[in-house]
Write a protein that binds this ligand. Structure first.
Ligand code: ADP
Ligand code: TRP
Length: 336
């Protein structure tokens, strides 16, 4: 686990689909562990998701589901601040200010953007400006560390560039953040053996029902070694997934059964299925309780928004003064 203490930590989660076990082992679990010794701010990046989702019900539903999932998986609102990005609209104000100092070339070099172009996606301005909004997300809370997967590293570097440029123009106003690259101890494979990702359609969801989980696990792609024959435990998606849920002894036992033969992939998948189902059982219970009490979830998000906005307001005060942005009224806290 990550050894980080006493830092202001911030990360955003795009509500672009249902969370899967790759997200859990690659990000969510670390996010939640960091809440113990740090001041963590986690938000659902619904403005970012608007670059790809244009269905209002889908956006609303996904936004609430991510919050619900984080709470079910152990995010403690007494320890960490959980909120929705759009509850702090000042972030779009800061994004605008940053966009006025961000060179086009910097954005044109963004890998995530270039990848989307290469896939033939016709880009909207939001997709192009995505890193500027992400920089505003980070800078508006004076964040020290941004725990993200390595795919997001460049966006954090761009954030630093923007903050340095802003500070060189206006004085030491913005805190320069660092990326905390989440260790890929577990690049979780999907059911086809490639990296698990929504965009490959190869995911196993954290909170699906048993029947769906069973059909996903049973669909894990294997070679056609017959049941009686020995099997290779070192190149098996089943074992790679099993490692995430089982003890070292259990993994070794499965490896031996592979090597011995007389043990089919179907048997191994059944063992994996039970492990996954049981692993998430307490979280599933918690999630059911929360889903039956959405008022509580909304209350958590309201309190989170309040704390986040209070903190953002302080930074914006500095930013506006430094840049000479005149304001004649303030609605501070009037919304409560
Ligand atoms: P997806 O690829 O499904 O769109 P995201 O890019 O939204 O997933 O993932 C958010 C974070 O979850 C990533 O930054 C990464 O840290 C983690 N993550 C996603 N998929 C995996 C995976 N297969 N293995 C490990 N971590 C993952
Ligand atoms: N771009 C991030 C992702 O796709 C989500 C995100 C938006 C984010 N704003 C952020 C992550 C700020 C860290 C900090 O995963």
């Amino acid at each position: 686990m990550l050894e980080v203490h006493g830092k202001r930590i911030l990360s955003g989660i795009q509500p672009s689909g249902v969370l899967h076990i790759g997200n859990y082992f690659g990000a969510i679990r670390q996010h939640i562990a960091l809440q113990e010794d740090n001041q963590c701010y986690y938000f659902v990046a619904n403005y970012h998701a608007m670059t790809t989702i244009h269905d209002k019900d889908e956006l609303t539903q996904n936004t609430l589901m991510v919050a619900l999932d984080y709470l079910a998986l152990g995010l403690n609102p007494q320890k960490a601040v959980l909120f929705v990005q759009s509850d702090v609209p000042e972030v779009t104000e800061l994004a605008w200010m940053l966009s006025t100092i961000t060179p086009m070339g910097l954005l044109e070099r963004a890998h995530a953007y270039k990848d989307k172009l290469a896939k033939g996606i016709s880009p909207n301005h939001g997709l192009f400006a995505y890193p500027v909004l992400m920089a505003a997300d980070i800078l508006i809370y004076d964040s020290h560390l941004v725990p993200v997967g390595k795919d997001q590293k460049q966006h954090v570097e761009m954030t630093r560039d923007m903050a340095e440029k802003f500070n060189s123009l206006y004085g030491e106003v913005l805190t320069i953040p660092d990326a905390l690259i989440l260790p890929e101890v577990a690049v979780v494979p999907g059911i086809d053996g490639q990296k698990m990702s929504k965009s490959y359609g190869n995911t196993i969801e954290i909170f699906c029902d048993y029947k769906t989980l069973k059909s996903r696990v049973m669909s894990i792609v294997t070679d056609s070694t017959p049941l009686e024959a020995p099997k290779d435990p070192d190149n098996s998606t089943i074992i790679d997934l099993y490692k995430l849920f089982a003890s070292a002894e259990e993994v070794e036992a499965m490896r031996q059964k592979f090597l011995a033969g007389g043990y089919g992939y179907g048997h191994a998948k059944k063992e994996l299925l039970e492990k996954i189902w049981n692993y998430f059982e307490p979280y599933r219970k918690k999630r059911e309780e929360l889903a039956a009490n959405m008022d509580y979830v909304h209350q958590v998000l309201r309190e989170g928004a309040f704390k986040a906005r209070e903190s953002a307001e302080q930074v914006m005060d500095r930013v506006r003064k430094a840049a000479g942005v005149v304001r004649h009224i303030s609605f501070d806290k009037a919304f409560m």
